[in-house]
Design a protein around this ligand. Structure first.
Ligand code: TRP
Length: 454
């Protein structure tokens, strides 16, 4: 039965929503993807562009997704249809759902690596960490079951529904992750030779900024905040009217950005101290962190706990990716939640298989496939769905909220629960960002890249 607005589930508490949304935002994107993208794209210069994108584009856009979600109480497809019936806009909702499936498919592969690393200490004492990683991710007999396991975990939580499943977990575990990160940072910055890494990460060389750096930073900013495919529309749809969207959204962005910046602080000092290459790509975190753990007292224990928490951070993110797709089927079709989670989970697992085999498991998926300057199926999927599609989704959704639904309606929604805190010039400034800055900047970046200008 399709749920009506009246019996739709809601978050149990305000802090519950903030933590669940922060749980969606904080994940492999912060700890795995942010450092490797920063390492590939010039270090501190990338970080600055990233921060500018968060402040000027992603934050205003985040409020638009939350407002649209809470107003419509629907998944992305339903939210759009509630405002504009039977138009091509429906396709934008479809793009959101598709993007969710595809990101989930390769994200689950990397999350599987994190789970595998929980047991690393026991399996490979004394093996050089780069070698270990290469052998590990090339082995289909390990990565495929791990992907399957991660999909099952995600199915389990999403099946439990919003409050019991997602919220209960996020509340306890996110704070522990933060504490452990500080422990690792302390070890990393006190390694001999760490200064070079700090300077790479904190001292910008602006000549390194080019079109790719800007697109990757923008894509990473959307990815990290879970924006551009309706995850925040869906999470916003479970929010009660008394909630202050601006304050809650602001906290989510703040926590997410803090964790990303702290991840860089964990990784880069160690990369340079260990004489490694910051631009080595997707392997970076998995190769460098174990070496940091090796260099600290109780390192085996710290490493195990760290990868447990990273797996859980990844789980609260995969849950939000799957929730978008599942809420679409639950709201818009006759499927039950149970049927939806199994069908979506099974399908995503199948789509994830080529990504799982793209690190040496299959030569075709590892080396022969090349597209958009990316090599290998997983990297190509990440670029298409994790960068391009999110930026495109955000472009279309900011136009939808800014021009079709209208900033007047969105402002009305944002003012509910804001206790008079969203008055005067603030709403006007926000409207200008959403209507002009977001779409124009994204469109210009796309245009410049398509025509080869940058
Ligand atoms: N933001 C998550 C991370 O940083 C990944 C994620 C979850 C995501 N839901 C999303 C990315 C929706 C894009 C869109 O790990």
């Amino acid at each position: 039965m399709a749920t009506t607005t009246a019996d739709r589930e809601q978050w149990g508490s305000r802090i519950g929503f903030i933590l669940a949304a922060a749980g969606s935002a904080i994940g492999l994107g912060n700890i795995w993807r942010f450092p490797f993208k920063a390492g590939e794209n010039g270090g501190a210069a990338f970080v600055i562009v990233y921060l500018v994108c968060i402040a000027l584009i992603c934050l205003p856009y985040l409020f638009a997704e939350l407002a649209l979600g809470r107003n419509s109480q629907k998944n992305p497809v339903g939210a759009i249809a509630a405002i504009k019936q039977g138009t091509p806009w429906k396709l934008v909702g479809g793009l959101c759902v598709l993007t969710g499936v595809f990101i989930l498919s390769y994200y689950g592969v990397v999350a599987g690596w994190a789970v595998g690393y929980i047991f690393k200490g026991a399996v490979a004492p004394g093996v050089e960490s780069g070698m270990f990683f290469e052998t590990f991710i090339a082995d289909p007999a390990r990565v495929i079951p791990l992907l399957g396991l991660f999909m099952l975990l995600t199915i389990g939580v999403v099946y439990g529904g919003v409050e019991q499943g997602i919220e209960r977990w996020a509340k306890v575990l996110m704070p522990i992750l933060l504490i452990l990160m500080f422990v690792v940072i302390f070890r990393s910055v006190t390694l001999p030779g760490a200064e070079a890494g700090l300077s790479f990460y904190l001292n910008p060389d602006f000549s390194k900024i080019n079109g790719t750096v800007i697109l990757e930073a923008l894509g990473q900013a959307f990815f990290s905040l879970s924006l551009g495919m309706g995850a925040m529309i869906t999470y916003g749809s479970y929010l009660p009217k008394r909630e202050n969207l601006l304050v809650s959204g602001g906290y989510v962005a703040l926590f997410d950005t803090a964790i990303a910046l702290l991840s860089g602080l964990m990784i880069f000092p160690a990369v340079f101290a260990m004489g490694q290459d910051p631009s080595e790509g997707a392997a970076l975190v998995f190769v460098v962190l174990p070496e940091v753990f090796d260099a600290m007292p109780l390192g085996g224990f710290v490493g195990t706990v760290f990868f447990i928490l990273l797996s859980i951070a990844a789980l609260t993110s995969t849950v939000s990716l799957m929730e978008v797709v599942v809420s679409y089927f639950v709201d818009e079709t006759q499927w039950s939640r149970a049927a939806s989670v199994w069908i979506v989970g099974g399908f995503t697992f199948a789509v994830g298989l080529p990504s799982a085999l793209a690190q040496g498991g299959s030569d075709l998926f590892t080396n022969q496939l090349q597209l958009f300057g990316q090599t290998g199926f997983l990297n190509i999927m990440d670029f298409i769905w994790g960068s391009l599609s999110l930026a495109l989704g955000a472009l279309l959704l900011s136009i939808f909220v800014g021009w079709v639904w209208g900033t007047g309606n969105a402002i009305d929604e944002l003012q509910q629960g804001a206790d008079g805190g969203f008055q005067g010039t603030l709403p006007t400034v926000w409207a200008a960002f959403l209507k002009y800055v977001c779409p124009i900047v994204i469109a210009v970046i796309f245009g410049a890249i398509a025509t080869g200008v940058i």
